[in-house]
Write a protein that binds this ligand. Structure first.
Ligand SMILES: [Ca+2]
Ligand SMILES: [Ca+2]
Ligand SMILES: [Ca+2]
Length: 345
């Protein structure tokens, strides 16, 4: 017992000898936390009384809890395919969603997922498809700082995987080029870096607006409404709209469709979530998709000779999007080879 008491006394003394003296502060215990759009903010009500103590190599900060704010972004875009023949003027069609074809796992490299209930929403905020966003370095626009999958609403809002919130990005406050992209449309990038600070107000980047300048030449399609859209027609997703690559890819998706046992190019039941479905209506047909691809190539403003073999209808980005992954292109190449084998035999 005596030994134990002695040990306790020594321990107490040891603790006392290491103790540091910190001034007393009177901070009110009032406060609460609020959560909105995936951001939780804790706040304390009281006097501002913050100091840092540095003693024995240990830095102690005291004061109020800082809110963990992130950069919030609100891109807006139209995809030309689902808005060319709109059921409701000014809104993209959402046939893929209505048919239950949009996967809960993103088709892009990050494999982001969403809850299936996200696709139950109808009306202006119904989901059209998965899209892809990138932030690029303000001094080197080929350097992708951050990228992720996101969801696109019928009215053009690009939102988080919950289908409603603006997107919170876990990156430092800075200026960034913003890229938006889609698997069978041509992506586009802001012409200048956009300032982004840590704020609960999202930074709006409106690619539907003609006054939002984009990188390169003829990067977007102008709709009859005067709004801008990402060019449809990149059926094989390689960043170039051309006859050989994209018309062939439509053929691949039709001829290799599992129920098309006769490998017919005019098979009419190619339904589902398909790479070459450029209208995003849940069906690929030789006439629909290929007529549009051909029309787009011939009428592309820089194709002054109206040639179907025009080969410079390219995604206007300083370097390829992360979306155009080597793996994807390799898969497409293998599928093309398989198809050519079938057609030749
Ligand atoms: Ca909306
Ligand atoms: Ca292509
Ligand atoms: Ca289609």
């Amino acid at each position: 017992m005596r030994t134990l008491l002695m040990i306790l006394v020594i321990m107490s003394f040891a603790n006392w000898s290491n103790a540091q003296s910190i001034e007393k502060f009177s901070i009110d215990s009032g406060g609460a936390s609020v959560t909105a759009g995936g951001i939780q903010m804790l706040y304390t009500i009281g006097e501002v009384n913050v100091q840092e103590l540095n003693a024995g190599g240990i830095l102690v900060s005291e004061g109020f809890i800082n809110a963990d704010l992130k950069i919030r972004i609100h891109p807006k875009l139209f995809l030309q395919g689902p808005i060319l023949n709109p059921t409701n003027a000014g809104l993209m069609n959402d046939n893929l969603r209505a048919s239950g074809f949009i996967p809960t796992t993103s088709p892009y490299t990050d494999g982001a997922t969403c809850n299936a209930s996200v696709f139950n929403v109808t009306g202006n905020n119904a989901i059209v498809d998965w899209v892809w966003i990138e932030l690029r370095n303000k001094t080197n626009n080929t350097s992708v700082i951050f990228s992720q999958s996101a969801l696109l609403q019928r009215d053009g809002d690009v939102v988080d995987t919950n289908g409603t919130s603006y997107i919170n990005l876990n990156v430092a406050a800075d200026n960034y080029y913003v890229v938006v992209n889609h698997k069978n449309h041509l992506g586009t990038m802001t012409n200048t870096p956009i300032p982004m600070s840590r704020s609960s107000d999202p930074v709006v980047v409106d690619f539907t607006n003609i006054t939002t300048n984009t990188y390169g030449s003829q990067a977007r399609a102008e709709l009859t409404s005067g709004k801008m859209a990402l060019w449809a027609g990149d059926a094989n997703g390689d960043g170039l709209i051309n006859f050989s690559g994209d018309v062939n890819r439509v053929l691949v998706d039709i001829v290799l469709f599992p129920t098309n046992t006769s490998f017919s190019s005019s098979y009419d039941f190619v339904d589902g979530y398909l790479q070459s479905d450029i209208f995003l209506d849940g069906n690929v047909s030789f006439s629909n998709e290929n007529n549009q691809i051909l029309l787009s190539i011939i009428l592309f403003p820089l194709n002054t000779s109206f040639s179907s073999q025009y080969n410079f209808f390219e995604e206007q980005l300083p370097s390829p999007s992360v979306l155009r992954s080597a793996a994807q292109l390799n898969r497409d190449f293998q599928r093309l080879e398989q198809t050519l084998d079938i057609l030749n035999n």
